[in-house]
Design a protein around this ligand. Structure first.
Ligand SMILES: [Mg+2]
Length: 305
């Protein structure tokens, strides 16, 4: 009788252990291997945001965020250390002044002029945040708010002078950025201490409901004539560029070719942007390894025999 009870007890124990091991196995399988949304960018669409740290790589993740971050080295080094980058920035703002001057000389409309600029990688340089990702096991948006609130972004060469010129010559400047609205204070502090003009709430249109900048451009358009727009991301110019694959982005760019340098002025940003989302078909939740593969897949390659 005693032996029978012991056997029954052991059988129960075995069943409990079996159920436990099955449930642990399922949990592991259900856990995403990798970051769900990590690696989206400051210009990114709403669905790219994930403000938690839950998506740290697992210990057994063979290709980690840190590995992927290593790919930022050349772009970020170029951005910070090439004189060509500075030259391109001056070139953009010199061209902007020429366009603005042409409008001053040739258009006598009574409507007030406006210049719309994006903030990140258009007037403020956030490359120290990008550089901080290299060698680290985190990705955007981890630490992004802290970076903005530090107000340590520097000005892109030529930007402060041009925007002050606009205001001194009767125009208004609007900063239309996809930084989220809770970052307004840090953004204003940064712009103000660098000497940018018109740093006031009504001129800084951050992201509230949608990452589509179209509705915010319309607000500016209600009381102004928009002379030119500046940005590092095609979505900074027209909503028609949004949510397109690589080929379609080329096509819309070709369709709008006459506007580049006359109404739209582009600044370089090889570190991140909507162009990266297009590589992944905007599926930011794919694994780090898949991201690396999708970055390499569209390369036009010539192999040495
Ligand atoms: Mg930008």
């Amino acid at each position: 009788m005693k032996r029978f009870k012991l056997r029954r007890y052991l059988a129960y124990l075995l069943i409990v252990l079996l159920i436990f091991s099955i449930s642990v196995g399922c949990t592991e399988e259900d856990t995403p291997e990798d970051t769900t949304e990590n690696g989206a960018n400051p210009d990114g669409a709403d669905e790219n945001d994930n403000e938690t740290d839950e998506n740290k790589p697992e210990d057994n993740d063979e290709y980690s965020i840190k590995d992927l971050n290593e790919q930022l080295v050349m772009a970020t080094t170029w951005y910070q250390n090439s004189a060509e980058m500075r030259a391109l920035s001056y070139q953009a703002f010199n061209l902007a002044k020429m366009v603005y001057d042409m409008d001053l000389n040739n258009n006598d409309s009574d409507e007030k002029r406006a210049v719309i600029v994006d903030v990140d990688e258009t007037v403020l340089d956030n490359s120290p945040y990008e550089a901080g990702l290299i060698g680290s096991d985190y990705a955007y948006p981890t630490g992004w708010d802290d970076w903005i609130n530090s107000a340590e972004g520097t000005a892109l060469p030529g930007s402060i002078e041009f925007l002050n010129y606009v205001v001194e010559n009767g125009g208004d400047v609007f900063y239309v950025s996809n930084r989220k609205i809770h970052l307004l204070e840090g953004t204003m502090e940064n712009l103000e201490k660098l000497g940018f003009p018109q740093v006031k709430e009504e001129n800084i249109l951050l992201r509230e409901e949608t990452s589509d900048k179209g509705p915010r451009r319309e607000i500016v358009d209600e009381n102004h004539r928009i002379v030119l727009l500046m940005g590092d991301n095609l979505n900074d110019f027209d909503s028609a560029f949004g949510d397109k694959n690589i080929e379609d982005r080329f096509e819309v760019t070709d369709t709008n070719k006459d506007k580049f340098g006359t109404k739209f002025i582009v600044l370089p940003n090889p570190m991140y942007g909507e162009w990266e989302g297009a590589l992944y078909d905007y599926e930011w939740g794919i694994s780090n390894e898949e991201k690396s593969q999708k970055r390499k897949a569209p390369l036009n390659t010539w192999i040495v025999e």
